[in-house]
Design a binder for this molecule. Structure first.
Ligand code: SF4
Length: 137
């Protein structure tokens, strides 16, 4: 359960962490780019794999061949993931609540959500929400 499904506001990160019994001391950054103790940049208040990938200019992508249209990612945050009727999920944003994006990646039952380089996304035909014919809510 998430206190706020999609907000990137610091207050909402803290509220979600409390609602999900997370350690709020893990929220150490602010808006935009931050730098971890090991020197690695990350994006937004929480230092996790997704915020590091975002800072490294990777793209959030879904392998639509693997997606089983279960809707789990959309349940995490509908600000970032969209599941059209009778179709496969796609990202609709490349920025959003990095805690919920990471939750979606870890909750996807077929592990088909990835952070990849733009070149990798193009080569593998992964959906990033930036394709001309991408569905929109
Ligand atoms: S959680 Fe994974 S399998 Fe389910 S709709 Fe989202 S991308 Fe597809």
């Amino acid at each position: 359960m998430h206190a706020d499904m999609g907000s990137t506001d610091l207050e909402h990160y803290i509220a979600r962490a409390k609602a999900n019994n997370r350690d709020i001391s893990s929220i150490t950054g602010g808006e935009g780019m931050n730098r971890a103790a090991d020197g690695t940049p990350y994006w937004g208040p929480v230092d996790n794999e997704s915020s590091r990938a975002k800072a490294a200019e990777k793209r959030l992508a879904i392998d639509q061949w693997e997606c089983i249209s279960c809707g789990t990612c959309v349940e995490q945050t509908d600000k970032v993931f969209f599941l059209p009727a009778d179709a496969k999920a796609t990202p609709i944003a490349q920025d959003g609540p990095m805690d919920l994006i990471q939750d979606a990646i870890e909750a996807c039952p077929v592990t088909c959500i990835h952070w990849v380089t733009p070149e990798d996304a193009a080569q593998r035909g992964l959906a990033t929400g930036e394709e001309p014919d991408s569905p929109r809510p």
